[in-house]
Design a protein around this ligand. Structure first.
Ligand code: ADE
Ligand code: ZN
Length: 328
């Protein structure tokens, strides 16, 4: 078996960010919305830098406007993930893009997404769980609405709460209320940090928000004391190497700090973030990491075990997914 053929666990995938450009173009066509500005002539998404990426992402969301759109999207992304060997996935779902923070609307979107997830589990054998995310540059007040939606729908399927968006806006601690609200509802916590923010952003995430996982977190490598703190606290990083390379954090996979972080004892996992934007898949991430660091089947099996242990699912689901990893 090659490393790319291994069964995989993915913990960091933005639901809308996983939309293939052809899917968004088709919806734009059906709804007669002109989105030609966000595509290159070869049909791929067109962005220059991180800030521009976020605005292209939000423009694509302009045509994802109903529960039915999200039902179709969910089926499409789970089929693609399963084709890449993913057996368990957690996706980031934002009430901001699913009803604008209105609880009743959010529940309708969620019903459609869960229906599609059930269908995908039957057809493709992939299990999905949802992590509700607020968007940092939409501000703390909007984040409270998202946290409220998350808390009201917390359970077997919505299992976590987190934050994405532009790290240059505000501080992690500005979102304390939202994270506490989610924690009190029994949700597990993660936040984007140490992607475009430096190591201090990772420290703030862990200390001010009390998260157990960090999205990216890779710039922790700039601060050895912080690396030790991550090891001591048992924090898991949701590392997305291909995303980091395309967005210019590191020139290539060989220069990516994932191997150094792993060797220092940090719990690292591998995900794609927004795969069609970054021209990647889970298969490709494994292939590129194998080529850059000489990682073998045992290394990836260990990454998957770390991911399974850090997954925000219940113990019955974890045991079922563990069996899938062992028997695939
Ligand atoms: N939203 C979607 N992708 C993101 C990323 N890589 N960082 C922050 N927010 C995001
Ligand atoms: Zn992300």
């Amino acid at each position: 078996m090659t490393v790319a053929d291994l069964p995989k666990i993915e913990l960091h995938l933005h639901h809308e960010g996983a939309a293939p450009p052809a899917f968004i173009r088709q919806l734009a066509h059906e709804k007669r919305v002109d989105l030609s500005r966000i595509f290159k002539s070869d049909g791929s998404y067109d962005f220059r830098n991180f800030a521009h990426f976020l605005s292209v992402y939000e423009a694509a969301c302009e045509v994802l406007k109903s529960p039915e759109d999200f039902r179709r999207l969910t089926l499409a992304i789970l089929e693609e993930s399963a084709a890449n060997g993913v057996v368990y996935s957690e996706t980031f779902l934002s009430p901001d893009f699913c009803g604008g923070g209105d609880l009743l609307a959010w529940k309708d979107y969620l019903t459609a997404i869960q229906d599609a997830a059930d269908e995908a589990e039957r057809k493709f054998g992939i299990t999905l769980r949802g992590v509700v995310t607020c968007v940092r540059h939409f501000g703390p007040e909007q984040a409270k609405r998202s946290a409220h939606c998350a808390a009201e729908t917390a359970g077997e399927w919505i299992t976590g709460f987190g934050m994405g968006g532009n790290e240059a806006v505000g501080a992690q601690g500005d979102f304390k209320w939202a994270f506490e609200c989610a924690r009190e509802a029994g949700l597990r916590l993660t936040t984007h940090a140490g992607e475009f923010g430096g190591p201090e952003s990772v420290r703030d995430a862990v200390r001010d928000l009390g998260v157990e996982r960090v999205g990216h977190g890779v710039r922790a490598i700039e601060d050895p004391d912080l690396v030790h703190e991550l090891v001591d606290r048992g924090i898991t990083l949701e590392v997305c190497p291909g995303s980091n390379v395309v967005l210019g954090l590191f020139p290539d996979f060989a220069a990516h700090p994932i191997a150094k972080l792993r060797d220092a004892g940090v719990k690292v996992t591998v995900s794609t973030d927004d795969p069609p934007f970054f021209h990647t898949t889970m298969r490709r991430e494994y292939e590129m990491l194998g080529a850059a660091f000489g990682w073998q089947v045992e290394d990836f099996a260990a990454l998957n075990e770390t991911a399974l242990n850090a997954a925000f699912c219940d113990e019955e689901t974890r045991a079922r997914v563990k069996k899938r990893l062992e028997t695939s």
